[in-house]
Design a protein around this ligand. Structure first.
Ligand code: SOE
Length: 389
């Protein structure tokens, strides 16, 4: 259905997730680039991908490649995304878009100037229940409060390690940037209200971690034991709280942690309006709780027959047949490749755009500044220069 070839950069946790999702849409993955020629080759063999590239230039010069998916550590996002757009390739980049708002602002400008699709993989937007929440948000009445969390346990021990803990690889803000931005993206998309001010309190529980010699994939610590380790200093936060003000004055509270035992990947939000409220628990992503004051509350189970037409395009199974995390990638990419197939690059995309990815970077910088300076920091997308060092 989609006549386009895709190259993927990055062979870690996200590389296979993107490969699988693209294939489920019938999209050809023509090549892969890892951090070494051996890694590219191994990944290509394991996943049956025709080409194993040795350099990013090979992707740029490959006429078979119409779009590039960037799934490398964050520090590579800017250069590769910029080069791919300049070479005329569509780009789907993993979040966060870049290491700072100077870079993300540049990418927003570049993306506007080319006739190409440019998206950031905030995949949780594509849970059908998230789309339904967005469709129902106007019925809540004026939104007055938003609270929730994103918590995991894969960094619970000081021996847990992955490139994400290094400021040089992922940026100085870690947990909030890695998973907190998913939550912020989601609640802003659902409510239609941007976050305008933050007050953050962050903490690094383990200022020293024990890095295994060799590479470690995200979430792999329980499966792989490493005998040889070295002590490394950690500058990035393990957990943090953020007080939030939305543009309409609604208040919010976000708690983020990568050290909550038993919580594998738990994103929850509650949005309260002047009439009704909505509650979502990412451990039960096929359900949405609808809270009422004057009639019994409701529990909506994902079912295309009962949901908004916008959600229906992103549901492939009937009610009672769960869809989850891998499906959210597939659906985000469906939106992206539908857009490319339609060919109207002036249309407003349904997938997360670079402008939205840039706003998330501004939020990250504001959160860090707020924590450092112990004060409220406002976020103004027009004056991003003021936010960067
Ligand atoms: C690791 O915290 C991680 O893989 C994030 O990078 C993803 O964005 C999130 O969806 C799951 O956890």
């Amino acid at each position: 259905m989609y006549d386009i070839g895709v190259a993927i950069t990055g062979t870690g946790f996200m590389g296979p997730a993107h490969t699988e999702a693209l294939r489920r849409l019938g999209i050809r993955v023509v090549g892969i680039l890892g951090s070494s020629p051996e890694k590219s080759k191994r990944f290509a063999e394991t996943h049956g991908i025709p080409k194993a590239y040795s350099t990013f230039d090979e992707i740029l010069n490959d006429d078979e490649v119409g779009a590039v998916h960037i799934t490398t550590p964050n520090r590579w996002h800017f250069d590769t995304t910029q080069a791919a757009l300049l070479a005329g390739k569509h780009v789907m980049c993993e979040k966060p878009l870049t290491m700072n708002s100077r870079e993300s602002a540049e990418l927003v400008k570049l993306a506007k100037s080319v006739q190409l699709a440019a998206g950031v993989n905030y995949n949780y937007r594509f849970y059908p229940t998230s789309i339904e929440a967005r469709a129902r948000a106007p019925m809540l009445g004026e939104v007055v409060s938003v609270f929730g969390n994103y918590v995991q346990d894969w960094l619970l021990y000081p021996t847990d390690y992955n490139w994400r803990v290094l400021a040089s690889e992922g940026g100085r803000l870690r947990a909030l940037a890695d998973i907190g931005t998913h939550w912020m993206d989601l609640v802003q998309t659902i409510t239609g209200q941007r976050i305008r001010a933050v007050f953050a309190d962050l903490r690094t529980i383990f200022p020293v971690r024990h890095r295994p010699k060799g590479e470690v994939e995200t979430f792999s610590a329980k499966r792989v034991q490493h005998a040889n380790t070295e002590a490394i200093d950690i500058e990035t936060e393990d957990q943090g709280a953020v007080l939030i003000r939305f543009e309409n004055g609604a208040q919010g509270v976000l708690w983020v942690s990568q050290l909550t035992a038993g919580r594998k990947n738990n994103l929850r939000y509650e949005i309260a309006g002047k009439q009704d409220s909505i509650w979502f628990d990412g451990e039960r992503p096929n359900e949405l709780w609808l809270g009422h004051r004057n009639k019994p509350n409701e529990q909506l189970f994902k079912d295309p027959g009962l949901m908004d037409p916008r959600a229906q395009r992103y549901i492939d199974y009937p009610g009672g047949h769960n869809e989850g995390y891998p499906d959210s990638f597939k659906m985000c990419f469906r939106s992206f490749y539908d857009y490319i197939a339609a060919g109207d690059y002036s249309a407003t995309p349904f997938f997360p755009t670079f402008a939205e990815g840039h706003h998330e970077i501004l939020l990250c910088e504001a959160i860090l500044r707020s924590h450092d300076e112990k004060r409220w920091v406002t976020v103004d997308d027009q004056s991003f220069d003021g936010m960067t060092e």
